[in-house]
Design a protein around this ligand. Structure first.
Ligand code: 2U9
Length: 339
């Protein structure tokens, strides 16, 4: 019996099954009710008493070894089947039916970049995590300005000098620090403010700011540039008006309205009956800001402007809830230009 068991143990190591049926046949042959192992158990009664203990152990070892081998073959076969089921048919034609759409904010940001690109503006980008100098101090924000407050700005824990930028003006500062005039660039990017999320406000939004610095740049240049932008962005019969305003980084400062693109200026619920809608802020760069960046304010002047991409997109496509831009609902997103 010893020789038989040893021969069977050796056999068990080399068992092969290419199909479920072959595996089943092996199971019957070795472990079935009339199988080889069962036959050996039948013969066990003839084993001399002094060998019974050793032979009993060996028989159980053989049974376990065969069972283990059959389990391994079963796993191998299952792996093969699942692999063959997931293999793609690479000869099938590609399905183009479910292409994505460009996000409306990307469409409008790209349009803004193209409109300014056509009159010689380059595009510049910079970090979203910034230091106090580039977000506030270089931009002439007084120390007690509310924007420096934790209520309004996301600061990095443990370091009051570092925050998420609240505007892309920080990139303008970096551009002026590194380059000599003439500078003519626009600055698109994400900005962060500590606001409660609603239909009209979000803690994350997108801006495009612009900067033009050279000798003899005037407020008239600013006005003409923004008039060109409004007509390109909305329609050629769009009118603009500038209202005086205040920003720490520009002097004089203004806010710009366009004639309502929905009612053409007659008055509707979008423009609240006034015929005008606000689209951006602007002004002549404060001489302090130029000096903070190493630009001679006696020689150079410049204008700057800033707009929220969400606001322009809402007006252009008549979207009435800002949250739609951030929810990734395909029913909303698919209404815009497809890629
Ligand atoms: C430098 C100097 C001046 C950028 C400007 C505005 C006015 C403005 C707002 C519009 C809506 C921000 O997105 S918004 O909330 N922006 O009103 N931005 S002037 O002026 C600069 C920028 C950088 C160095």
């Amino acid at each position: 019996m010893r020789e038989k068991i040893e021969a069977l143990l050796a056999q068990a190591q080399g068992l092969k099954a290419d199909t479920e049926a072959e595996l089943e046949a092996l199971k019957v042959k070795y472990l079935g009710r009339k199988g080889i192992v069962q036959e050996l158990f039948q013969d066990f009664k003839n084993v001399p008493a002094e060998e019974k203990r050793e032979m009993g152990q060996k028989l159980n070892e053989l049974k376990d070894a065969i069972q283990l081998e059959l389990n391994r073959l079963k796993e191998q076969l299952e792996g093969k089947t699942s692999q063959s089921c997931t293999t793609n048919d690479l000869t099938l034609p590609v399905d183009f039916s479910d292409l994505g759409a460009r996000h409306p904010l990307s469409i409008v940001r790209n349009q803004i970049c193209t409109i300014f690109g056509n009159i010689g503006y380059t595009v510049a980008e910079g970090p979203e995590i910034e230091d106090d100098w580039h977000i506030f101090t270089a931009l002439n924000f007084p120390l007690e300005h509310p924007a420096r407050d934790m209520q309004d700005t996301f600061f990095i824990e443990k370091d009051p000098d570092i925050a998420l930028r609240t505007h892309t003006s920080s990139v303008q500062i970096r551009t002026m620090e590194r380059n000599k005039p003439p500078i003519r660039s626009i600055f698109p990017g994400r900005v962060y403010r500590n606001e409660a999320i609603s239909a009209r406000a979000h803690c994350l939004f997108h801006q495009v700011e612009g900067l033009y610095i050279d000798e003899n740049v005037s407020f008239a240049d600013l006005k003409q540039t923004l008039y060109y932008f409004a007509k390109e962005m909305f329609s050629s019969d769009t009118k603009i008006r500038l209202r005086p305003s205040y920003f720490p980084f520009t002097e004089p400062s203004a806010e710009m309205d366009i004639s309502c693109n929905i009612c053409g200026g007659k008055g509707c619920n979008i423009c609240k009956g006034s015929g005008w809608v606000e689209i951006l802020g602007c002004g002549m760069v404060d001489p302090n800001v130029l000096e903070n960046c190493g630009i001679d304010s006696k020689k150079y002047t410049g204008f700057a402007f800033g707009m929220g991409v969400e606001r322009i997109t809402m007006l252009k496509y008549q979207v009435n809830d800002l949250r739609l831009f951030f929810e990734n609902d395909l029913r909303f997103l698919k209404q815009f230009e497809t890629v």
